[in-house]
Design a protein around this ligand. Sequence first.
Ligand code: F6P
Length: 509
Amino acid sequence: MEPGDQARLIVVSNRLPLVLNAREDGGWDAKASSGGLISALVPVLRRRGGVWIGWPGTTEATREEVEPALAAMSETYGCTFKPVMFTQQEMEGFYFGFSNEVIWPLFHDLFTNCNFQPDYWKTYQEVNRKFAAAVAEVARPGDFLWVHDYHLMDLASELRRMGLPSRAGFFLHTPFPPLEIFLRLPWRFEILRNLLEFNLIGFQTLRDRRNFLTCIKVLFNVRVKGTGSVVRVQVPAFGAEPAAMGPGPAQVAQTVSVGAFPIGIDFHAVAGLAARPEVRAKAQALKNDIRGRQMILGVDRLDYTKGLPNKLQAFRNALHHYPELHHRVNLVQHVVPSRKEIPDYRQLRLELEHLIGQINGEFTESGWVPIHYMFHNLGAEDLAAYYLAADIALVTSLKDGMNLVAKEYCAAQIEQAGVLILSEFAGAAAQLQRGALLVNPYDIDGVAAAIQRAFTMPDKERRERMRLLRRTVRTEDVFRWADAFLGATAKGGVAHLTNLEDYLPSAST
Ligand code: F6P
C-alpha cells in the first residue's frame, strides 16, 4: 500500500540511522546503520522527497565536520540527512538524564531506577525546542512530520509554540506504562498534554495503547471514539499554564488518532543474509566450535530491562534441575555495550560478569564451559550466523517495546528448526504467542523448564512452530508497519496490520 498521501515526509528521531567513523585525515565517514527502520523509511523519504533529522551520534565533531559525511550519505540514499548537534550539557541532561534516567525506566515499569532531577526536565524541553528549530529550517506547508520515540515527546507542542503547526505523527518504540506507574512522573500533565499535540500517536501494542488511553482519560477526562486498531480521542482545550490543566469537562480543541502499530523487521533482508554462503559457512563453524551441543543464544543490549540476571539464574536452575543438559548445551550470550555513562548500566555489567563467573565456576568440566559470554558490538553478518546456528533463542526481557532480536532470529532461521523462548512481557509476545514458548522472566524455574522443553522438543513440533513464527514475521514486516502508520495519517486511512491480538498470560501457556 502507498502511504496515505504524498505530502513531503520529515522524519525526526533522536539518532540519525548512521554510524560515523573518524578518518585519519581528521574528516568523518558516515555509513548507514543496519536495521529495518532505515530500509522502511528511506524509500518513502526518497519517493516523497524528504528529510531525516537527528543527532549523528557524536559530541566529538562539529556540525561543519560531519556535514560532508551526511551530504555523501544523502546523495547515496536520495534523501537529506540533517544533523542536530548536542553540547556535553545537553547530552547529560537530555539524553542520559531525562530520556534514559527518567522516561526509559519509567516506561519499562522500573520506576525505582528513575532519577527525577528537575534540571533534566529543563534540558529535555530545551533540546526538544532545538529539534523544533531544526524542523522549522526545512519544513514547508503541507509536510507531514513523523517523530520517533520518547526523546521527542514535546516536539509537536514546541512547533505550535513557534507558530509552525505541522501535521505530525508520533510513534513510541518503547512500552507505555500503566497509570499507577505513569503517575509517579512529576511532569505527567505536561508530557501527556504535549503528546496530545500530535495528530496521530502510535504504540507498539494494544497493551501500551490501553495504558495511554487510561492515563489521558483519568488525567484529562477525554472521550474516546471507535474500537478498531486506531481510535479517535477528543482532546479538550488546555489553558496555557500547566496549573490550568486537570480533569474536568472542556471544549474539544482537536481530535487525535491513537493506534497500535507493532513494528516489524525487513524479513527478506535478514533471511537473505542468513542464506549467503559465507554466513552459512560461519554458522557451520560456530556449530563445530561447540561440538554438536545445542546452542542457546542470547543477544541483548546491556540494559536492565532485558532481564539478563534472570536469564542467567534460569540457566543455572536448568543446569541444576536437568543434569542431562550438562555437556549438551551452551548458552552463548552476546551483550552489546550501551549507555555506559549511566551508573545503573555500569553496575549491571559488573553484576552479570560476576554471575557468569559463578555459574561457569560451578558447572564447568573438562571439555565444557556452559556459558560463552561476549561483551561487544556484533556485525550484521556475524549476527546472522549466530541466529542461523542457534537451536534455541532465549529472550527474557522484563518489559520490551517490541524486541526485534526475537523477530530477526525467526527470519534468519531458514532451516526452520529453531525454538524461540520469549518473555511474555516483550511487545513481540502478542504477535508471536502461537509459535514461541512464552515465559515469565521472573519465574526462573518456569524459564528453566522452557529451556528443557526446547532442548527436548521433537523436530516436527520445532518446525511447525517456526513455520508459524516466520509467517507472522514475514507478513507483519517493517514495510507494512510504515504503511499502516502513514496510512492512518490520511483522512479515513485504515491500519492494515492484522496480527494485533493482545497477549494475556494464561495457565495454558
Ligand atoms: O527502543 C528504544 C531505542 O531508542 C532503540 O531505538 C535503540 O535501539 C535503543 O533504544 C538504544 O538506544 P540508544 O543507544 O540511542 O540509547
